[in-house]
Design a protein around this ligand. Structure first.
Ligand code: GLV
Ligand code: GLV
Length: 324
């Protein structure tokens, strides 16, 4: 018999059609994710789960899903999954690194440029009929070329952002657990300590996964240590920033602005002060959202799932210790 697989949302591209040829497939058709109870009920009969970052896979879910043998997240980040609990049950967990690196870096740069040159504000200004004449003081922003970019986490995405920054004539600083001598040579990026990065960067861009160590990495003290008027770009996870402290810094004008593709929580509640602050640029977690990349992510997630269901190591597995 074919293994039962539950997919928590429709996915773009050919991947689900391919999966349907191999397994007993059930796809959640809602525009919104399954509720917690719906997810638990579906997982109870599933041997494989294809999840999104909106779906929490934790010890409670695993306890209620005795037949579960594979979890495949359609994302590079997997902070929605208790990987240790999966490993304890010998369940491989897949993710989708690599395919989204350049697309995500493109969007981080779009946010950086949109914020520093006030693109969204300019668009709203024209559409509102407020444009009366060319003015030497209209919508002045800050220069990107010549500015210092501080990259937090020089993994694949951070490095792809550093390459773009180099092309724009920026000076690049980074903090990272591992030094990247290759990129220092290639891009002239300089590894510095956290304090130096915060003090010297005109723009700080976050590229670390969310974990116990990185939660609120940018807190009140770090925001206070940033260069006055600096900009923040976050395409990582909302929880990497202490959002209340960020709002305070933006309100007080200590920070020049923030461009956020990720927030805490998501979706951002309508009454969040971030909704009304003028120097904030917001996007609904779409950094990897190109047609091509989302299709590749779905395909990679299906490859990971099928491998795990066949007892093979998923091509991209976050708990590879299950396959010594
Ligand atoms: C999206 O946020 C991802 O982790 O792929
Ligand atoms: C905000 O739009 C900024 O330029 O800081």
């Amino acid at each position: 018999v074919r293994p039962r697989v539950f997919v928590t949302r429709q996915l773009p591209g050919e991947a689900l059609g391919r999966l349907g040829g191999e397994v007993d497939l059930r796809v959640w058709e809602g525009e919104l994710p399954p509720s917690r109870n719906e997810l638990l009920a579906e997982a109870a009969h599933a041997e494989g789960l294809v999840t999104l970052l909106t779906d929490r896979v934790d010890a409670e879910l695993l306890a209620r899903a005795p037949g579960l043998r594979a979890v495949s997240n359609v994302a590079v980040g997997y902070d929605n999954i208790d990987v240790r609990a999966c490993t304890d049950r010998r369940i491989p967990v897949g993710n989708t690194p690599g395919v989204l690196t350049e697309t995500t870096a493109d969007f981080a740069f779009a946010l950086l440029m949109g914020l520093s040159r006030r693109v969204a504000e300019a668009d709203a200004f024209v559409r509102a009929g407020k444009w009366r004449t060319w003015s030497p003081t209209l919508l002045l922003g800050t220069d990107i070329h010549g500015a210092t970019l501080g990259i937090v986490g020089l993994g694949a995405i951070g490095a792809a952002v550093a390459r773009r920054a180099r092309g724009f004539g920026m000076r690049v600083l980074y903090v990272s657990r591992q030094p990247r001598k290759d990129l220092e040579a290639e891009l002239g990026a300089r590894r510095v300590d956290k304090r130096t990065l915060l003090a010297e960067s005109d723009v700080v861009s976050l590229h670390v996964p969310l974990s116990a160590e990185t939660r609120h990495w940018l807190g009140r003290a770090e925001l206070a240590a940033m260069k006055p008027g600096a900009l923040l770009v976050n395409t990582a996870r909302g929880g990497v920033v202490d959002q209340d402290a960020l709002i305070e810094a933006l309100r007080e004008g200590r920070l020049g602005g923030a461009a956020l593709d990720v927030m805490d929580p998501e979706p951002l509640p309508a009454d969040s002060p971030l909704m009304t602050l003028p120097n904030v640029l917001l996007a609904p977690h779409i950094a990897s959202a190109s047609h091509a990349t989302r299709g590749r992510m779905a395909s990679m997630a299906v490859d990971n799932l099928l491998a795990a269901l066949e007892g093979r190591r998923p091509p991209h597995c976050v708990n590879p210790e299950l396959f010594p």
